[in-house]
Design a protein around this ligand. Sequence first.
Ligand SMILES: C[S@@+](CC[C@H](N)C(=O)[O-])C[C@H]1O[C@@H](n2cnc3c(N)ncnc32)[C@H](O)[C@@H]1O
Length: 320
Amino acid sequence: MSDKGRDHSHERMSPPPGETEAVTEMVKRFYEEIQFPGTRPMEQDSLIFLRKFSRIIASFHGVDQAIRVLDAGCGTGNTSRALAAQYPEVSFTGIDLSQSSIETARRGASAKNLENVTYFQWNMLQPLEHEQPFDIVLCFGALHHTADLQAALHTLRLALSTQGSMFIWVYGAHGRYHHALNMKLLAMLLDAEPTTDPVLLAHDFIHSVGDNMAAKDLLGKRSHDPLLRTFFENPTWIADQFLNPNERCVTMMDLQHLLRLEQLQIIEWIGIPGNVKAHIRSDELHRRFALLPEEQQRVAMDLLFKPERYFLLLRKREGA
Ligand SMILES: C[S@@+](CC[C@H](N)C(=O)[O-])C[C@H]1O[C@@H](n2cnc3c(N)ncnc32)[C@H](O)[C@@H]1O
């Protein structure tokens, strides 16, 4: 996917027939072997999310029926498990393509005696079979690994209640561009000769190629953050970040196109500076920026900030 500047506002963005099944099978095989995230420290985005999540839960105050939350592509269930422990009155459902991750998630929930969270294996390219819609849908770090982003978003939209809130976290093509090149380079070196331990080779690559190149290209200014650097010793994280068989980064233009097709709207672009004036200091350039329609302003901000991920709060468009 890329910004081509042409109007493709009515086109569907699905892969060619046959590719979806093959890619999904490859992704499934990968995540059956590496169960992500396993254990990992809390990041900045998680803290921001927790604040927003608790505000939404509080807005249901006085509503009788139980609030329902879906965690799509839940992996080993870290997010839903932590939330289920904190919000015993809320009902959580986690789904993932990987059966082994689901089993780990279930073990984690029963070890904590959590009765308000259930997990089951499901390919989110297929609409869910559920009785009631979900008030909150979460999809963190999973959409870009699916073979068909639109089909996945479609499933999530169908699962969402009319007034529901959806949080998605998806890789950005501009910010992850250099990392994608490093992944390609590593893939070439891996392919040069069969190896029994690609993670070991990836670890070697991270620590010995260029001047801290892999960390800088992946983490930017945060590449010396000691907390983040612990990830570079974590085999699960290394595999997920450097050996992933299917990573489809998108641009804001791609995303807005998909959201339009799926009748979803952006309520908040989380983690992006609200004050663009501080970043476009010329009055003339800022005046021109302000002239752009909302969607184009977002594309302009994407080109300006080149984020490595989009963290968005979405709702259904009115009448959708
Ligand atoms: C990087 S992990 C993210 C896990 C978790 N959401 C987190 O933030 O830690 C991506 C997860 O997406 C899942 N996934 C990929 N394609 C999927 C699909 N089509 N349906 C359901 N889950 C999928 C993978 O199995 C994997 O567990």
